[in-house]
Design a protein around this ligand. Sequence first.
Ligand code: ZN
Length: 213
Amino acid sequence: MNPVVKSLSVERVLSPSADKFLIKKPTQEQAEEAVRTLILWAGDDPSREGLADTPRRVTKAYREFYKGYHEDAHEVLDRVFEEVEGYKDMVLVRDIPFYSHCEHHMVPFVGKAHIGYYPSKGVVGLSKLARIVDVYARRLQTQETMTAQIAQVIDKVLKPRGVAVLIEAEHMCMSMRGVQKQGSSTMTTQYTGVFKDPAEQVRFFTMVKSPGL
Ligand SMILES: [Zn+2]
């Protein structure tokens, strides 16, 4: 396909992080109109009293669901880099809750992320890892992509000896529609550096699943 012709249909602007692009935003009115169309598509009357304010609420909720498009994971990690003296073992932050939306159906998938890494010369504040998860979760996603993105950005900015990311989630598009398998969870993993060693993967997994405090 001719890339010039393709770029004419949608205005694309590279963001500073270059891992995403911004598309020219519709107006508030256009977004609310789109919600009214979907209410009609669902079979209801967008002008009835209970739904009158719904388009405004939905557009507001979308700002929160998808705020990750306006955040830069590299910046989040850059700002909080701290030197560590002598600590060489694994840092593990587990049970980081997240809410995301699958890019195929725009319905939620909900779960927990676990992140482990072996620091080389620096660590990040623990809460920053939770923020990284949020930056990627609050976009239209697949669980696989999100897992890879989290591992990649930590690997790139922090340059640890290895990163391990495990995500477990329940996908509403499986529970509510299609095969309707409630309670099934999906696990995805991504390993870099020393975590390529199966023994390290076992250690990570054992620590993730060990009883809590
Ligand atoms: Zn889906």
